[in-house]
Write a protein that binds this ligand. Structure first.
Ligand SMILES: CC(C)(COP(=O)(O)OP(=O)(O)OC[C@H]1O[C@@H](n2cnc3c(N)ncnc32)[C@H](O)[C@@H]1OP(=O)(O)O)[C@@H](O)C(=O)NCCC(=O)NCCS
Length: 110
């Protein structure tokens, strides 16, 4: 778990949230190159998203956040619905997905 400084959070994340905003930090995710493109990374990420929904029911988890490794990884996260913290920054790698958006991502993935 992590906390996001409300003053640094996008409005949609900060609105009616405590300070710091409770979130789940996905610190590191990688798939062995020999098994790339088989859906393992997506399955792992979806498992983390489902965990965030559970955490939100038991305590509070407003969003899942991740720092993409680079622009290619950012595109990969955006496929799952993640948004850049600062959309004005073209090279922004800090991303978030609201817990309230996770259902839609899970439905799209099925
Ligand atoms: C990003 C990563 C985790 C993806 O894992 P994976 O198991 O290969 O991914 P999946 O097989 O689940 O990918 C599914 C889809 O994403 C696409 N995809 C895979 N890697 C991608 C990438 N780097 N950028 C954009 N799309 C990508 C695939 O083409 C596939 O699309 P399709 O379903 O339309 O065919 C893996 O490439 C990796 O370990 N990268 C290095 C570390 C990294 O960048 N980690 C994430 C940053 S925190």
């Amino acid at each position: 778990m992590t906390g996001i400084d409300r003053s640094a959070a996008p409005d949609v994340l900060a609105k009616s949230a405590p300070d710091p905003v409770p979130a789940l930090l996905l610190g590191r995710l990688a798939v062995d190159r020999r098994y790339a493109g088989l859906g393992v990374g997506t399955a792992l990420a979806l498992h983390v998203l489902a965990t965030a929904v559970e955490l939100n029911e038991k305590a509070a988890c407003r969003a899942v956040i991740v720092t993409a490794l680079g622009q290619t990884a950012r595109t990969w996260w955006e496929r799952l619905g993640f948004h850049p913290f600062d959309p004005q920054q073209p090279d922004e790698l800090d991303l978030y997905l609201l817990t309230s958006e996770i259902d839609a991502t899970l439905r799209r993935a099925r």
